[in-house]
Every structure is written in structure tokens, then in C-alpha cells.
Write a protein that binds this ligand. Structure first.
Ligand code: FES
Ligand SMILES: [Fe+2]
Length: 378
């Protein structure tokens, strides 16, 4: 008699404290956000020399700016003199240089120390050595990806590899020409939930039938609870009577010219750990960037990107934006409802994943591999 070993229907999640504990979050900042490639800003937002943005990556503030020659540089947002945060705001344009508001040390757009009060009387100061400290950058899909690690991990494996793993081939994203699309809309969501809840929610579709009536109308297979991310290379088909990826299934915008026939009328979703979601449909691309700010607080910036002529001509993208904006609100509401329960004694050992969510266990294993040895601080 043979005994068949099968995977049980229910497998455990991470314990509740991993979503609330400050010590665990600190370890995630240190070992995940400050070590991996982190999608920071959209390159086109740095639209002229001196344009800059600041972003929080783990425990660090990073200043990202456009140089005079059109390049992009990223620095720790820390003055080399006595450590003042050079720029407190989130964005701006510097006329000629970055001058520290405390004692006026001044850096050019390449980060070199170019002036300081009495600098000429201190001839031994090496202006490069006391320049702003650079961090590694890569531009990909029209975004600036930053890595704070001294030795960055492979971008090809970690970032492009995530796309390959999902689509079956990294080339499958090329036809969408994401880097050359234009920003049609950006919405910033303040989510009172741990970043891992947001990732887990994005990875599964068991909740789709319950909370996403508009999305399941457009993508009927989502009503069955199997996410597009469950199968390699699979894109969810639009319903037969659906004309476009819009809130009411009406016609979308101009199709992205380079996509393949089999990518038409399909939706693909990709998770790029630790903080990025990419959504591909025939006429636009939606990119989510998460900024985890505390164990229970995450900012999500969501960009809707279209063929440039759509944006330039002022076409109405609202029905198209509204679909995923509602999905975002529905998802983030759900995450915010989970968050308080993460510290309930009933959830101390966590909950369970049903079979259509089993792939989330791989994400949990990955997190545990990074911070599983950390003793919770509370
Ligand atoms: S701290 Fe920046 S110039 Fe003194
Ligand atoms: Fe969802």
C-alpha cells in the first residue's frame, strides 16, 4: 500500500509580531532596504539640471539629483561638516549647487565640496574626500534604483531576475518600453500597515472576489482567486465584453506599440522585492513604489504611465486611472484592517495560507532568511 504525501491545504504565515515589532523592522531596514536595490524616483521627475528629490531608504535619507551634463547622482543627504540634513523637503531645484543651511559648505551636483567659509585658509582639505558620499545607482524602466550597500547585489539577478521569474523571460517586458512612457497620473497613499502585508496582499487574489468588484469584472478569472502571479508567464485575460482596462470596461487609451499580440488584452503583475510592483496592460503600465517608514506605516507612490502622445494630447485617462486607484484603496483598506490584529494574542503564532496563497510562503521564507534570527524587541 502506498501512502501519498500531499501538501496540507493550510500552511502557516509569519507570526503576528513580525508585522509590528520595532526590532524586526529595524533589522529589515538594515538587512533588506539598505542592502538591496531600492526603486527610489522616476528619472523624468529629475527634469532639469539641479532638480532633486529626497527619499527615505531604510534609516537613511538619500538625495538624488540631475547633474549639469544630464547624469543622475545619489548621495547620503548628510553634510560632511557637522552632519546637517542638507535638504529637508521632498523635492526642489537647486540653482547652482547644494549649500548646507548650517555653515554653508557647498557641493556641486557631482557632490564635490566646492566652497565653504574660509576654505582657502584650510588648504589641506581634500574637496573630493569631503564631498557628499555617493550611493550606487542604476536606471531601469525609467526609474532610478539606489543601493546603499558597499557591494551591491546583482541588479540582473535581483531586479531583472524577478521579471524573468514572473514573465518567463525578461525580454517580455521590453515591448512595453516602460522607460519611454509618460506619467499620466501619480497618487500617493499613506498606508497604516506593515510593508509585508502590502506585498502579501499584492501576491494573492483569494481576496479579489470579495473586495475588487470592478477588477473581477474586467479580469473574470480573478474571481476564482488565482492571482496572475501564480503561474510563470501567465497574464490574466480581459473578459469577452471588456474593451479596455478601465473602471467600467470601456475603451482604454492608445495601445503601447511594441507589445506582442499575446500580451494584448492581458494583465500581468510582477513583484520586485523588496518594494516594487509592476502591472502591465496593453495601453498602460502601473508602477507601485513602497516606502516603508515604520513597522506600521508605509507610503506607496503609484504611477500610471501611458504612451507619450496620450499624455501630451491631454486625453482623458480618468476611467483608466480609476480602476487601479479603486483596487489600491480596496487593497490598502484591507491591509489597514489586518495591521491592528497583528498584535492580537490570537495571532501571536500567525494565521494560515490557503492553497492559492501557498506561493506567499516563499516570500515568508525569504524574509525569515534575512531577519529570522532577530529577537523581537517587545
Ligand atoms: S553642518 Fe553643513 S556646513 Fe556645517
Ligand atoms: Fe487586491
Amino acid at each position: 500500500m502506498s501512502v501519498e504525501l500531499t501538501t496540507p491545504s493550510l500552511i502557516p504565515t509569519l507570526p503576528g509580531y513580525t508585522y509590528v515589532d520595532e526590532g524586526i523592522f529595524r533589522a529589515e531596514q538594515e538587512r533588506i532596504f539598505e542592502q538591496m536595490w531600492f526603486c527610489a524616483v522616476r528619472s523624468a521627475d529629475l527634469d532639469r539640471p539641479g532638480a532633486w528629490r529626497t527619499v527615505q531608504i531604510g534609516r537613511e535619507s538619500v538625495l538624488i539629483s540631475r547633474t549639469r551634463k544630464g547624469g543622475i547622482r545619489a548621495f547620503y543627504n548628510v553634510c560632511r561638516h557637522r552632519g546637517v540634513k542638507l535638504r529637508m523637503e521632498e523635492q526642489g531645484v537647486a540653482a547652482r549647487s547644494f549649500q548646507c543651511p548650517y555653515h554653508a559648505w557647498t557641493y556641486d551636483f557631482d557632490g564635490r565640496l566646492i566652497a565653504a567659509p574660509n576654505l582657502t585658509k584650510m588648504p589641506d582639505i581634500d574637496r573630493d574626500e569631503y564631498g557628499l558620499v555617493k550611493v550606487h545607482i542604476r536606471e531601469y524602466l525609467g526609474y532610478v534604483w539606489v543601493c546603499l550597500a558597499d557591494e551591491p547585489p546583482s541588479f540582473e539577478l535581483d531586479v531583472m531576475g524577478a521579471i524573468e521569474e514572473r514573465l518567463g523571460d525578461v525580454k517580455a517586458i521590453e515591448g512595453y518600453d516602460v522607460a519611454n512612457l509618460s506619467l499620466g497620473r501619480r497618487v500617493r497613499y499613506e498606508v497604516k500597515a506593515n510593508w509585508k502585508l502590502i506585498i502579501e496582499n499584492f501576491m494573492e487574489c483569494y481576496h479579489c472576489a470579495t473586495i475588487h468588484p470592478e477588477l473581477t469584472e474586467v479580469l473574470p478569472e480573478f474571481a476564482d482567486g488565482l492571482a496572475a502571479q501564480y503561474f510563470v508567464g501567465h497574464g490574466a485575460d480581459f473578459g469577452d465584453d471588456i474593451k479596455g482596462f478601465t473602471v467600467d470596461g470601456s475603451e482604454g487609451l492608445d495601445r503601447i506599440p511594441g507589445i506582442d499580440e499575446d500580451q494584448d488584452r492581458r494583465y500581468y503583475a510582477i513583484t520586485i522585492k523588496p518594494t516594487v510592483f509592476v502591472n502591465l496592460v496593453p495601453d498602460h503600465v502601473i508602477i507601485h513604489r513602497m516606502f516603508p517608514l515604520a513597522a506600521d506605516r508605509t507610503v506607496v507612490e503609484c504611477d500610471w504611465l501611458y504612451v507619450p502622445s496620450v499624455v501630451e494630447s491631454g486625453k482623458d485617462v480618468s476611467a483608466s486611472v480609476e480602476l487601479f486607484h479603486r483596487v489600491n484603496q480596496q487593497d490598502f483598506d484591507a491591509c489597514e484592517r489586518c495591521q491592528p490584529a497583528m498584535s492580537s494574542k490570537v495571532y501571536a503564532k500567525g494565521g494560515v495560507l490557503v492553497p492559492s496563497e501557498h506561493h506567499i510562503a516563499a516570500f515568508h521564507d525569504w524574509v525569515s532568511g534575512k531577519v529570522g534570527d532577530v529577537t523581537p524587541s517587545s
